[in-house]
Each structure stands twice: as C-alpha cells, then as structure tokens.
Design a protein around this ligand. Structure first.
Ligand SMILES: [Zn+2]
Length: 419
C-alpha cells in the first residue's frame, strides 16, 4: 500500500504525456464528505467497498522486441528469426501501416488510454502476463525461432502503469537463457514488482506472488505454464535448476499439487488467482480438459479466479460457481501491428478486465471490460464499431458458458446466471 502511494506520486514524473484526472473514485470521496446529512449511507458504501476487491487483469504484455525499440533504452536489435533479423524491422512494419512513430517515447506511452482507465477504475491490484525477458543477455535460446527481450533500463514502463505483479510462466521468459531469466527476476524485483511462475528452482517458481492490496487484504498469484502454449518442457524448474512452473498435464494429480501450494499460503480473506499460460495463439476453442481443470482449481485448490492467456485475442468467459474463469485474455500489448495474417481474429483489439470480488468469498460480483485497440504501439480506446465487434464476439463465445456482455457507457459488462 505504501509502495502504491509512493508509485502514484512518482509515476507522474515518469510520464511525458498528461494523464486524465481521476473521475470515479475522487467523485465518490467528494460525495461522501459533502453529504454530511447522510452519514449512515456513507458508512454503508464504505463497508461495501471494504468487502470488495477490484483486480485489473489482462493477457500478454509484450514490451520486448519492436516496442522495446521505441522506449528510451532499446536493446541491441539483432534477432535470430527466420525472416526478420532486427527488432527495428517490426517498428518499420508498424510505421508503414500507421505512420511514423516518435522515438524515444516516454515510459508511459505504451499504456496510452489505459492510464486514464486505471485512474477511473482504481483497481486494488494490477496483474499482467509479461511475455518477454527483461535482460541484456546474448544467450539466445538455441532451439527457438523467436526471442523477446526488453532492456532492463526500460522497466520503468511497467512502473508507469503501477503494475503489481508479472506472471512469468510463459514461452518467452527464458528466450535469452538462464542469465536472461535471472536478470529478469532481479530487474523486476528491484523495480518493486512481484513475480510468479519462474524462479531459481522449482519451489521458487511455484511460490505465489503476494500483493498487499489494501487494508490487510492480500492477493496471491500462482502462475503455471503448459506445453500447449509453446512453453518448452525443458524450461521446467527442478529442485536444482532454474526455470518456470511447468504443468506436465492438466490432471487431478496436478490440481492436488497446486492445492497443496495454495493451502500452504492462503489465509482467510486472501484472494487466490491462478494464471495459466495455455492453448494455441489463435482460435476460440476451449478443450474439455481445460474446462475441467479450471473447475477443479476452484473446487479443489481453493482458487478464486482462473486467469488464462496465450491466445492473441480474447476468448469466452465463464462464471463457475460464482468464480471467474477467463479462458484466454488476449494480447493487451504487442508489436504485431504491421504483420499480416489471421485478420479475422482482430488481434489488434484487446480487453482490460476489471473484476470485482467479494473478498470474504472470492466470488465475482461484477466484471467490467474496457475495449481497447493496439495501434501505434500503444493502448487506445476501441472505436464504437470495434467495441461492438468485441461485444458480439465475447457474447458468441460466452454462449456455451452461459455468459454474455452488454454495453454500459464505454465499458462492456458481463452478464451471467449463477450455477
Ligand atoms: Zn505465449
């Protein structure tokens, strides 16, 4: 909490563009203090608020490669991809599509309109899947075709959005070898950002990030990676080797292992999030195994929110026994702007998820989605037409889970029936 206040003050200094003034929260506070004739009503509101915790969740944040090139401290640009040999080519591709990009941009630039949305929504904890190493390591993983890295001196771009936790059990954290992983962990820790899903050994990789959200309220984040999302099996952390928290299979046995870890850390009133990097990059399929695994995490491992990612576009949403399951959050930020292919999935469109939970039960009380578009290597408000496309897509994909989304002001609100 102290850290958040400190960051709140220091962030303004990091940003080069003005941020929208807070609206929602500030207005609420003013109403509470000026309506002195209704103290009871104010107390009820406070009480309800203290029981509620709001999480900002999203999928992949890929601040490496092309995006790293426009930040103040770009990495050496060389790549080992089949067709692209320099990260600056991704910048050139984006510029060919949407015009020249300023270089360098400020650290807050890439978050664009998301910063104003954060100010308005005031989440208690901000959790992202950081899909890049943060390192100057030159140890490109030999058997991989794509290597993502962001220069450690660019880590203030994560601080600028007051990110509390980066999940790292994904298919890019070891792109630049064990030295790259080690530097990633150190850099994030020194920036005051918690991590989960990768570590110096299996225990460290399995340990949750613990976010002190507010008033003794803790959010635990467990991060898990799978082969279906392209995480190499050899990246699995062991008793004597660094790596990621890797799930060999989505089985009852695996759930029991997660359950033991949750039980060892979770106290009454804690919220537990399981972030899973799973499934293909493209497509809306949710396998029966994935669905059963998500349900088992809630039923048997005392997980409150299942946060799936890997797909480059948002997938269907389920509310299982009043607990939120996001099967695929989509990319929140990437450098794919100038790359063709898979247009029908609209990977330029993204969603910022704001999940309000009852902190006593972990049950979902409201899910508001801010529709966004990745353009000019930053997050932008989606146009009305694109927001409608997201509404229709999420409603179509939610049908089999009994959910749909409806517009409310500039947000999409999840509707579900309890089961
Ligand atoms: Zn991935």
């Amino acid at each position: 909490m102290n850290r958040r206040r400190f960051l709140g003050q220091s962030v303004a200094a990091l940003l080069t563009t003005p941020v929208a003034m807070p609206v929602g929260g500030e207005a609420e506070v003013q109403t509470g203090t000026t309506q002195r004739s209704e103290p009871i009503r104010g107390a009820v509101v406070d009480n309800a608020r203290s029981r509620s915790v709001k999480l900002f969740l999203c999928g992949d944040v890929m601040t490496g490669r092309g995006i790293d090139q426009i930040l103040p401290h770009p990495s050496e640009p060389h790549l080992y991809e089949r067709y692209v040999r320099s990260a600056s080519q991704y910048v050139a591709l984006a510029e060919a599509k949407t015009g020249p990009l300023e270089r360098p941009v400020g650290f807050g630039y890439v978050w664009g309109d998301a910063l104003g949305i954060f100010e308005r929504e005031r989440p208690d904890a901000r959790i992202i899947n950081l899909e890049t190493a943060v390192t100057t390591s030159e140890d490109a993983w030999p058997a991989k075709g794509i290597h993502y890295r962001m220069h450690p001196a660019n880590v203030p771009c994560l601080v600028a959005a007051q990110i509390d936790c980066c999940t790292l059990a994904n298919n890019h954290v070891l792109d630049w070898g064990y030295h790259g992983l080690s530097e990633t962990l150190t850099t994030l820790r020194n920036a005051g950002i918690s991590t989960a899903g990768a570590g110096i050994n299996a225990d460290a990789a399995a340990a949750p990030a613990i976010i002190d959200a507010r008033d003794r309220l803790r959010v635990l984040v467990f991060a898990l990676g799978t082969a279906s999302a392209g995480v190499p099996r050899e990246w699995a952390a062991t008793a004597v080797r660094a790596g990621v928290r890797f799930l060999d299979e989505l089985s009852e046995r695996t759930v029991e292992a997660v359950a033991r870890q949750v039980k060892a850390t979770k106290r009454a009133g804690d919220i537990a999030v399981a972030a899973i990097h799973w499934g293909a990059n493209w497509g809306y399929e949710v396998t029966r195994t994935e669905r059963e695994f998500a349900h088992m995490l809630i039923d048997r491992a005392n997980i409150d929110v299942v946060l799936g990612h890997s797909s480059h576009h948002p997938k269907g949403i389920e509310v299982y026994r009043d607990h939120l399951v996001l099967y695929g959050c989509g990319d929140f930020l990437n450098d794919y702007e100038g790359i063709g292919g898979y247009e029908s999935f609209r990977a330029d469109l993204a969603v910022a998820y704001f999940a309000s939970l009852d902190s006593r039960t972990g049950q979902l009380t409201r899910l508001a989605l801010a529709p966004t578009q990745i353009r000019r290597f930053r997050v932008n408000h989606a146009s009305a037409a694109d927001a409608r496309w997201l509404e229709q897509t999420l409603t179509r994909e939610g049908k089999r889970f009994g959910t749909r989304v409806t517009p409310e002001s500039d947000m999409l609100i999840l509707q579900w029936s309890s089961h």
